[in-house]
Design a protein around this ligand. Sequence first.
Ligand code: B16
Ligand code: MG
Length: 221
Amino acid sequence: MFSKIKACLFDLDGVLVDTAKYHYAAWKRLAESLGVPFTEHDNEQLKGVSRVDSLAYILNKGNIQSNQTQRQQWMDIKNEWYLELVSGMQQNELLPNVVSFLAELKTHGIRIGLGSSSKNAQLILDKTGIVNYFDTIVDGRHTTNSKPHPEVFVKGAQQLQCSPAETVVFEDAISGIEAAIAGGFYAIGLGDARTLEKAHFVIPSLENFSYQQLVDLPIFR
Ligand code: B16
Ligand code: MG
């Protein structure tokens, strides 16, 4: 069912950069301004989840009723606070081994795409100086269905002119692994193997991972 790897699709937050801490700070500030406690556990539930669905989670937790105009204002405020936090990001905020791994994939002719829920993905790729590694960028601005729907990865593979069977997805969120599996991709989870049990294979992070280890996975031999 899986064939020789031709492309890799990367989630952004939690795979290439650690922006989860900035999302956490901004959502916590908003939630607490609305009288809703917001913990690291809550933040874990929001990884890979769109802005709209993240706000819905907080409002649901606080049992807060609202209309569309109010919700948009809250999302805009959260995003302003988030942008203040990420505006100073630099290449040193990339997670370990990211640049080397992307460079290694390029050397071997593997096509590279981004598949992120974030509408701020382009900005973060620019700030961290890795935008030129990407042959395509699909993010929250180009999709109507958020993860666990496979749309973001299906579009990415289409733009790279590769089938899901020859494309590997790297994801840190449960919703993202589900999206990759639903789309027929080979899913590599980054993080805790129990949390990401639906992934085909789990590694702690891209640190210590190489192109050779990827192509040596039994499934691709
Ligand atoms: P924004 P990913 C996701 O990015 C984040 O994990 C998630 O926490 C965030 O709510 C979502 O992007 C939307 O982000 O508000 O910047 O559009 O992990 O899919 O790269
Ligand atoms: Mg993520």
